[in-house]
Design a protein around this ligand. Structure first.
Ligand SMILES: [Zn+2]
Length: 143
């Protein structure tokens, strides 16, 4: 599961990611494929003002900013509150070590860590998004 943070009422597409469709076999696409209509390419838009984080990464980042959140359904917040939280923010607050443990059935559980480069990238993305949202007088939303 993941959480997407974006600017409310803004859906500008930056570019597209293109992948080989699941229907392709021996370099041939299925003419009747409902996903690609036989082109063999599956295309996804990348939205300019959107960031997607794994649930754990979202809550860690959001909590380190001391921002309020609704656990199950997402929500929205005034971009100026986000910008205030980012002022003087220490990206080290969003760093955690990788953790490997054993699950109940002996399965190996891996929690990916967050390094400083990742934390700084997320900081810049949210700062740029909140700056743009403030300019457009729109809310920051997540869900
Ligand atoms: Zn296909």
């Amino acid at each position: 599961m993941s959480v997407t943070i974006s600017i409310q009422n803004v859906n500008e597409i930056a570019d597209y990611s293109e992948f080989e469709c699941m229907c392709v076999f021996d370099d041939k696409a299925d003419d009747k494929c409902p996903t690609c209509s036989g082109t063999g390419k599956d295309r996804f838009p990348n939205y300019k003002w959107e960031m997607n984080l794994a649930n754990g990464n979202f809550y860690q980042f959001w909590n380190s900013l001391a921002l309020p959140h609704a656990v199950e359904y997402g929500g929205s917040i005034d971009a100026r509150i986000v910008l205030d939280a980012l002022k003087g923010y220490d990206c080290e607050l969003n760093v955690r070590k990788e953790r490997v443990s054993k699950g109940e059935n002996g399965a190996t559980m891996i929690e990916c860590g967050t390094d400083l480069n990742y934390a700084e990238m997320r900081f810049r993305q949210l700062r740029d998004m909140a700056t743009e949202a403030e300019k457009r007088e729109e809310m920051i939303q997540w869900g």
